[in-house]
Design a binder for this molecule. Structure first.
Ligand code: 5AD
Ligand code: SF4
Length: 451
C-alpha cells in the first residue's frame, strides 16, 4: 500500500480487521496476539468480514478437508474484494504453513500468507501486501516471536485467558501434522511467562490456561536452571490475584511425578486434566508411535486419582486408524469404560499428507466401518459425560463467573471441573468466584443457585 493511502486511512480513523479462527485454543491465543500486534498498525477488530479492511483466516490443519474449507471460505470474499480493491486478505496458521505459496497460486485473492512462527512480522507483511503485491513468510525464525507480540499494556480483559508456554512437538505420533506445521518443541523462558501472567492479572484475569501442543513437555529456562511444568505452575500459583491454573494439552509420557504431585497439593491447579490416549489397543498405540501401552495409561490415571480423587478427566480418541480391527476398537471401548471420562473428543482418522501413517499406505479402515465405530464410541462418551454432569446435582462447586447468561438476571461461569454453570444472580460481578449449589444438569451445562 502506498503512503498516500495509508495516510488516508489514518485520516478516516482506524482500519478494520476481521479475524476468523479455526481449530485449537492455541489459535485462539494467536489470534488475540495478532489483533493486538496489528493494533499497532492502526487496526481495530470487527465482527463481520463485510466491514473489514483486512480479513485474516487463522487456520487449522489437524483434520480432514482443512485446506478445502479455507479455499471455499476465501472464495466467498470475491465480491468483497471487487467492491473494495484495497481489502487485504491473509491466511495464517497451520494451513498457511503447510500450503505456503500454493495458497496464492490457487487463490489469487490472497495478499498475505503467514506461518505460525512468523506472526510478529505481520505489521511488515501487512504494510507490503495488497493491490497485487503478495507477502509470504513461513519461516521458523530464531527470535522469540512472543517478545514482539506483547499486548497493549493495561487494556482491560475478561477473567479467563490463555497463555502459550510451549509450542511445537517432538513426539511424532504417526497421524499428526503438528511436528511439521508447528515445528520442533520450544519452551518459552519462565520469567517471560510469569511477567505475562502478572500483566494479565493486573488487567483482570483470574483464571489462566497454559497452552502448548505438548504442554507437559514444558522445560523452559528459569531461575536456577530448567523448569518443568510443575515448577512453573507452583511459581504461577504465587501470583496474587491469580486464582485458577489449568494446562492443555498433554502427552501421557510427559506426566512426570512432580506434575502428578502438583495435582494433589497445588490448590490453584484445577481438578481437570485433558490427557489424550487416542486408542485403547496396544497394537494401534504402537502403530501410532505413542510409546506407551493402554495399561501404562490406566496406571497413570490411577496415580492421578490417588492424589486428586475428584479430578475430571478428558481425552482425545481416533477411530479407524489404518489396520484397526474390531478387537482393537473394542479395546478402546474397554479403556473408556475403565477410565470413565468427564468429557472427551473423538475423531475419525484422517490421513494428513506428509505424516508417516499417511505415507505408509497401510490398509485403511473402510469409511462406513470407521463411522459406525465413531458413533458407538461417541454414544459411550456422551453417556459418561451425562453421568458426570448428573453426579454434580446436589453438590456445591466454586464458580468463576465469566459473562451474562441468555436470560435477564442470569450469569454463566465455570466450575473447578470446567463445567459451564448457569445461575440466577443479583449481586455477582464478572470475575467473582462464588459457591454454587447445583440443582439440575444437562449434557453440556449445569444450573445452580448461589449459596
Ligand atoms: N486424524 C484424526 N484425528 C487426529 N488428531 C490429530 N491428528 C489426527 C488425524 N490425522 C486428533 C488427535 C489429537 C487431536 C488434537 O486431534 O486425537 O489429540
Ligand atoms: Fe501431535 Fe500431540 Fe502426538 Fe505431538 S503429542 S505428535 S501434537 S498428537
Amino acid at each position: 500500500m502506498s503512503n498516500a493511502s495509508q495516510d488516508d486511512n489514518a485520516v478516516k480513523g482506524k482500519k478494520k480487521l476481521y479475524v476468523k479462527t479455526y481449530g485449537c485454543q492455541m489459535n485462539v491465543y494467536d489470534s488475540e496476539r495478532m489483533v493486538e500486534t496489528l493494533g499497532g498498525s492502526g487496526y481495530e477488530e470487527v465482527s463481520t468480514p463485510e466491514d473489514a479492511d483486512m480479513i485474516l483466516l487463522n487456520t487449522c490443519h489437524i483434520r480432514e478437508k482443512a485446506a478445502e474449507k479455507i479455499y471455499s471460505e476465501l472464495g466467498r470474499y470475491k465480491d468483497l474484494k471487487v467492491e473494495k480493491p484495497d481489502l487485504k486478505i491473509g491466511v495464517a496458521g497451520c494451513v498457511a504453513q503447510a500450503e505456503g505459496e500454493e495458497i496464492i497460486r490457487r487463490q489469487p485473492l490472497v495478499d498475505l500468507v503467514v506461518g505460525p512462527q512468523s506472526y510478529h512480522k505481520l505489521p511488515q507483511l501487512e504494510a507490503k501486501a495488497g493491490r497485487g503485491v503478495k507477502a509470504l513468510d513461513t519461516d521458523f525464525p530464531e527470535e522469540d516471536k512472543f517478545e514482539y507480540l506483547k499486548a497493549r499494556p493495561k487494556a482491560k480483559r475478561g477473567p479467563t485467558a490463555f497463555l502459550t508456554v510451549q509450542e511445537g512437538c517432538d513426539k511424532f505420533c504417526a497421524f499428526c501434522v503438528v511436528p511439521y506445521t508447528r515445528g520442533a518443541e520450544v519452551s518459552r523462558p519462565a520469567d517471560r511467562i510469569l511477567t505475562e501472567a502478572r500483566d494479565l492479572v493486573e488487567r483482570g484475569v483470574r483464571d489462566i490456561t497454559l497452552l502448548g501442543q505438548n504442554v507437559n513437555a514444558y522445560h523452559g529456562a528459569g531461575q536456577g536452571g530448567v523448569w518443568g511444568l510443575a515448577k512453573l505452575i507452583r511459581e504461577l500459583a504465587k501470583v496474587d490475584g491469580l486464582e485458577r491454573i489449568r494446562f492443555t494439552t498433554s502427552h501421557p509420557n510427559d506426566m512426570e511425578d512432580d506434575l502428578i504431585a502438583a495435582h494433589g497439593d497445588c490448590e490453584k491447579l484445577m481438578p481437570y486434566l485433558h490427557l489424550p490416549v487416542q486408542s485403547g489397543s496396544d497394537r494401534i498405540l504402537k502403530a501410532m508411535n505413542r510409546k506407551h501401552t493402554a495399561e501404562q495409561y490406566i496406571r497413570l490415571i490411577e496415580r492421578l486419582r490417588a492424589v486428586r480423587p475428584d479430578i475430571a478427566l478428558s481425552g482425545d480418541f481416533i477411530v479407524g486408524f489404518p489396520g484397526e480391527t474390531e478387537q482393537d476398537f473394542e479395546d478402546t471401548m474397554s479403556l473408556v469404560r475403565e477410565i470413565t471420562y468427564g468429557s472427551a473428543y473423538s475423531f475419525k482418522y484422517s490421513p494428513r499428507p506428509g505424516t508417516p501413517a499417511a505415507e505408509k499406505g497401510d490398509r485403511m479402515v473402510e469409511d462406513h466401518i470407521a463411522s459406525e465405530r465413531l458413533q458407538r464410541l461417541q454414544a459411550l462418551l456422551t453417556q459418561q459425560q451425562r453421568e458426570f454432569q448428573e453426579s454434580m446435582v446436589g453438590r456445591e462447586v466454586k464458580v468463576l463467573f465469566e459473562k451474562k447468561g441468555k436470560y435477564e438476571g442470569q450469569m454463566v461461569g465455570k466450575s473447578e471441573y470446567l463445567h459451564a454453570v448457569h445461575a440466577d444472580v443479583s449481586d455477582v460481578n464478572i470475575g467473582d468466584i462464588r459457591t454454587v449449589k447445583i440443582i439440575s444438569s444437562a449434557t453440556n451445562s449445569l444450573r445452580g443457585e448461589i449459596v
